[in-house]
Design a protein around this ligand. Structure first.
Ligand SMILES: [Zn+2]
Length: 114
């Protein structure tokens, strides 16, 4: 599955601190990981065009930010009203707000708030 290019672009630009956060404490340098992300963006998200080493970096640091990001649920991960994952198109908003919830959970929460 290829990453969403808008999301990839966000993570190499305005959202770069999210990459820096996941790299923190690892042996990789953030700029190495951001470099792989930028390279991937240049190749329209085609992971197959990365070198073997870059693919390892992608799998470890970038993919978890881009694909199958878990929903934190209405009140914890067990309480997700959807399939436990956040829709790709909703992820940039999640990174901006710091609230990682799928559409079903956001709808459930806003219904509660009314
Ligand atoms: Zn959910």
């Amino acid at each position: 599955m290829e990453p969403d290019l808008n999301l990839l672009e966000y993570l190499t630009g305005k959202g770069v601190h999210h990459i820096e956060e996941v790299v923190r404490g690892a042996q990789h340098l953030p700029r190495t990981v951001v470099g792989v992300a930028t390279h991937l963006l240049d190749m329209d998200g085609n992971v197959d065009l990365l070198t073997a080493k870059q693919q390892v970096t992608y799998e470890k640091f970038l993919k978890p930010l881009l694909i199958d990001v878990p929903c934190q649920g209405v009140s914890g991960p067990e309480s997700c009203r959807g399939n436990g994952l956040i829709e790709t198109e909703a992820l940039i908003a999640c990174y901006n707000s710091g609230e990682f919830r799928c559409r079903a959970c956001r709808a459930a929460l806003s219904a509660q708030g009314d």
